[in-house]
Design a binder for this molecule. Structure first.
Ligand code: ADP
Length: 263
C-alpha cells in the first residue's frame, strides 16, 4: 500500500530509523488489510439473514393470513434473528483476532477437563434433538492458561459441528489425554466425513465442503477458522482427520499450565 523509506545503508543511525519506520508502515498496512477483509466478510455474511428477515416480515404485513401462518412466520423470523446474533458474536470474535487485541485479554488458570465437560453438557440438547449420542470419555484433570470464554468457543464449535455433520443414530465422543507437556482433547464423530481434497481448506474462513448443505444446517463457514485462531492464540493447535462416510476426528492440543494445577 504505502511507500517505503529506502535507506542507503541499513547500519547507520538513519538506516536503523528507516528500518523501524518501514516496520511500522508494514504493521499499519497489515492492520488495514485485515480490517478491510473483516468488513467485507461481515457484510457478506450478515446480508442474507437480514434480507430474509425483512422479506418474511414484509410479506406478513401486506397479506392477510390465518393466525397459524403468522405464527409460523414469526417463528421463522425468530430463528433467523438467532442465527444473526450467533453470527455477530462470531464476527466480533474474529475482529478481535484481526486487530490483535487478543494479546491483552487477561488469562487465568482454567481446568480444561471441567471446561470441556461443561461445553459437552450444553450441547446435550442439540445432540438429543439430532438423534446423536453424545458421550464424554476419559478426561484427565489438567490446567491451561486461558480466557475461559474464548477457549470454550473452540470446543463449542467442534462439538456443534460433530453433531451437525452426523446423521441421526450416529455418535459423538469427546475424550482427552495428557501428551508431553500438554493436553489433547479429541472430538470424534461417526458422521459424513470430509473428502481428502477438502480437508486442507476446512479451517479457511467461509469455506464449506457443501455450501447448500451447510446453508440448510445453518452453517457460516466461520466456526473452524475461529476455533483454530483461538486455539493458536492459546499456544495450541487444531488438526483434523477424516474418512468420508465414516467420520471425523478433530484434535486440539494445548500447552498445560503445569502438572497439578496452579501453585
Ligand atoms: P460451518 O458453519 O459451515 O459448519 P465451519 O467452519 O465450522 O463452518 O466448518 C467448515 C466446513 O467443514 C463445514 O461446512 C463442513 O463442510 C466441514 N466440517 C466441519 N466439521 C465437520 C465434521 N465434524 N464432519 C464433517 N464435516 C465437517
Amino acid at each position: 500500500l504505502g511507500e517505503r523509506v529506502r535507506p542507503s545503508d541499513g547500519r547507520d543511525e538513519l538506516g536503523r530509523l528507516g528500518a523501524t519506520l518501514n516496520d511500522m508502515l508494514d504493521r499499519i498496512d497489515r492492520a488495514f488489510v485485515a480490517t478491510r477483509r473483516f468488513t467485507g466478510d461481515a457484510a457478506h455474511e450478515l446480508k442474507t439473514p437480514v434480507a430474509s428477515i425483512r422479506a418474511e416480515a414484509e410479506v406478513a404485513l401486506i397479506s392477510r393470513r390465518p393466525a397459524d401462518e403468522y405464527e409460523a412466520t414469526l417463528r421463522s423470523i425468530v430463528e433467523e434473528a438467532d442465527r444473526l446474533a450467533r453470527l455477530s458474536e462470531r464476527l466480533l470474535l474474529l475482529s478481535r483476532e484481526d486487530l490483535g487485541a487478543f494479546a491483552e485479554l487477561p488469562r487465568q488458570p482454567v481446568r480444561l477437563d471441567e471446561l470441556v465437560r461443561a461445553t459437552a453438557a450444553d450441547a446435550a440438547e442439540l445432540a438429543r434433538r439430532a438423534g446423536v449420542e453424545l458421550r464424554v470419555e476419559a478426561l484427565p484433570a489438567s490446567f491451561v492458561e486461558a480466557d475461559p470464554v474464548l477457549l470454550r468457543q473452540v470446543f463449542e464449535n467442534l462439538i456443534e459441528n460433530a453433531v451437525k455433520y452426523t446423521p441421526s443414530s450416529g455418535a459423538v465422543t469427546v475424550r482427552g489425554r495428557a501428551q508431553g507437556d500438554g493436553a489433547v482433547v479429541e472430538v470424534i464423530d461417526t458422521g459424513i466425513g470430509i473428502p481428502a481434497e477438502a480437508l486442507p481448506r476446512i479451517f479457511d474462513r467461509f469455506y464449506r465442503v457443501d455450501p447448500s448443505r451447510s446453508r440448510r444446517t445453518g452453517g457460516t463457514g466461520l466456526g473452524l477458522s475461529i476455533a483454530r485462531a483461538l486455539a493458536e492464540r492459546h499456544g495450541g493447535s487444531i488438526e483434523a482427520d477424516s474418512r468420508p462416510g465414516a467420520g471425523s476426528t478433530f484434535r486440539v492440543v494445548l500447552p498445560a499450565l503445569r502438572t497439578g494445577g496452579p501453585a
